[in-house]
Write a protein that binds this ligand. Structure first.
Ligand SMILES: Nc1ncnc2c1ncn2[C@@H]1O[C@H](COP(=O)(O)OP(=O)(O)OP(=O)(O)O)[C@@H](O)[C@H]1O
Length: 581
């Protein structure tokens, strides 16, 4: 998508497939507006007939039936028009949501670290959801608000030009004065969209952290972020109500009293024989329709402002630079080398990795260790292009990862993190993750991750549902083993574990280590670990310190040299002994 392309342009291109439905909807809406004149016409006819030839009951019945029929037909057509525009709205919202989700998949994975779930949810559902009001309701009102006054104005112009021009005065005042008073409303709608986003973010945070919050006796009232964002939201709503109050009142006053303006003008023209009594009557009735058509304009304008500011969040996502994709596809191989050449990286202003040089030979087992915040996870994530390096190059098999296709990079690397994503689905699908793997492969992977016996102990085995809604809950260690089974099944030549066995008990951790040692044979493995006993057999242990590589070597080499690792190891042994006592 073109970065400069505005969302409104995108909207028009999304609406392309909906043109017929929209056209039918708008035409029907205009016919409905024409039908709304019929009762006025009936009143005119009855009064005029009465003034000319006295009371005529059958004439009244005739026009009453026509009026009722027009009202019924109008309701029917309006329902069909509304159905058409709503179907268009739902299809457009669906297309835009798919478009944004597809686009998000082109962004680097770090986007999902940086953007809270609440913000993404607001953009996808609340902001795009505003299209329903705009396409479903506002477009109909817009068509009626423009077409009806134009038709009426032409009719009035034909009957009596002076009178027609006179009725323009209150209409113009009724539109422009409120618009002037509404100054500042667009800023409020932007503020409103932002406050909804921050309420969603804080609600998400609060719900996911409810257990911790309760433990610290923090109720919703005490969760400052939530109460603050909620107060901002409520304040903004109040400000919007205040701001919209005056323009709505002014519109109502001007348009409602407009008839008081046309009435004496018409009277003057009638006295001076420039207007017949019948036409005077018709004028009064038609000008009532004319003015009422403008009432919706103020609502439409507010709706458009809210839509525009809401869609800026969506536009912000669509404006992000997608990850540049290379063209090289790595051939299928058991293992690949990975190298960091002078790599530096910062998260906005925070420099995290500085001039890192590292060679990870194909098929080797490398461990990243170091103090918390030293940059281990960041270094590992850069291999999967969660973010792009600011300086230097990361290569897989001597190919810069930026030159690989995204699919090739994703096929080549598998990540197992501490924080594991579990889908609301069966255990089988949670391991297969959308692949076409058959059950024997899934079972083999589960056995490798030491989770098969647990799965078989469940009444529904691999068909057991996991997840928050109706599924069973897994322990941290069980989740980690599901994630390890996924990685085993993915069979990527480079596997990166970030504290992937930290939730397992010692016995299971040992079993997993043994199983992994077998399964990862030949693969290039990178393991980030704080529990140092899990990586003593690594071919190379890389010690990170403040974003730099401070040391590297085998466990024995590092323990025997006086450095950060030996200090870490001694502290680790000491704390393990203490725990054992
Ligand atoms: N998405 C992010 N945005 C901004 N700063 C970040 C982000 N992720 C990490 N950092 C910062 O980068 C630094 C390195 O973090 P990183 O997670 O790579 O360290 P680590 O060595 O893996 O730590 P740990 O062992 O605690 O997981 C830290 O100071 C952290 O605050």
């Amino acid at each position: 998508m073109n970065k400069k392309q505005s969302l409104l342009n995108n909207l028009f291109s999304l609406l392309k497939g909906e043109r017929i439905k929209l056209f039918v909807g708008l035409i029907l809406a205009i016919i409905c507006s024409a039908l709304s004149f019929v009762p006025y016409l009936a009143i005119y006819k009855i009064i005029y007939e009465y003034s000319q030839s006295g009371f005529n009951f059958s004439f009244i019945i005739y026009w009453a039936i026509i009026s009722i029929a027009s009202v019924i037909l109008k309701s029917l057509l309006l329902s069909i028009a509304s159905l058409c525009t709503h179907l268009s709205a739902f299809n457009t919202m669906h297309k835009l949501r798919i478009k944004v989700i597809r686009y998000m998949s082109k962004l680097n994975l770090g986007f999902f670290n940086d953007n809270s779930q609440g913000e993404i949810k607001t953009a996808l559902f609340d902001d795009i959801g505003r299209l329903e009001n705009f396409i479903g309701h506002n477009l109909i009102e817009l068509a009626q608000s423009f077409v009806v006054p134009i038709i009426l104005f032409v009719i009035l112009l034909i009957i009596q030009p002076i009178m027609a021009i006179c009725i323009l005065i209150p209409a113009v005042l009724g539109i422009f004065i409120p618009m002037k008073i509404m100054k500042g409303y667009p800023e409020l709608t932007t503020e409103f969209a932002n406050t909804i986003s921050s309420v969603n973010t804080s609600v998400n945070e609060m719900v996911s952290g409810m257990q911790v919050l309760k433990m610290y006796h923090l109720s919703a009232k005490h969760f400052k972020k939530y109460t603050n964002s909620l107060s901002l939201y409520t304040t903004c709503l109040k400000k919007m109500a205040h701001k919209s109050c005056a323009p709505i009142a002014v519109t109502v006053v001007i348009l409602d009293s407009a008839i008081l303006f046309t009435l004496p003008v018409g009277g003057f023209l009638y006295i001076n024989e420039m207007l017949s009594l019948g036409n005077y009557l018709l004028f009064i009735l038609l000008s009532m329709c004319f003015f009422s058509a403008f009432f919706n304009l103020i609502n439409i304008r507010m709706g458009i402002m809210e839509l525009k500011s809401g869609l800026t969040h969506v536009q912000k996502i669509l404006n992000l630079e997608p990850i540049s994709e290379g063209t090289i596809v790595l051939p299928k191989k058991e293992s690949y080398s990975v190298s960091f050449d002078n790599v530096s990286f910062s998260y906005s202003d925070t420099s995290v990795l500085k001039d890192v040089n590292l060679n990870i030979p194909a098929g080797s087992f490398t461990a990243f260790v170091g103090a918390s915040g030293a940059g281990k996870t960041t270094a590992a994530q850069l291999i999967g292009r969660y973010f792009d390096v600011n300086q230097g190059e990361i290569k897989i098999n001597d190919v810069n990862i930026k030159d690989l296709t995204t699919n090739s990079l994703m096929d080549t690397t598998a990540f197992v993190f501490q924080d594991i994503f579990i889908m609301d689905d069966t255990i089988f699908e949670n391991i297969a993750m959308g692949s076409n793997a058959d059950s024997s492969k899934v079972i083999e992977a589960a056995k490798g991750a030491m989770i098969h016996d647990f799965i078989m102990s469940l009444p529904k085995g691999y068909k057991t549902r996991l997840g928050d809604s109706e599924g069973i809950k897994l322990s941290g260690g069980q989740k980690q083993r599901i994630a390890i089974a996924r990685a085993i099944l993915k069979d990527s030549p480079i596997v990166i574990f970030d504290e992937a066995t930290s939730f397992s008990d010692i016995e299971n951790e040992h079993k997993i280590q043994l199983a992994l040692a077998n399964l990862l044979k030949g693969k290039t493995t990178i393991m980030i670990a704080h529990r140092l006993h899990t990586i003593v057999n690594a071919d190379n242990i890389v010690v990170f310190n403040e974003g730099k590589i401070a040391q590297q070597g085998t466990h024995d080499d590092l323990v025997n040299s006086n450095g950060i690792y030996s200090t870490m190891w001694n502290a680790y042994i000491h704390s393990s002994e203490k725990e054992a006592v």
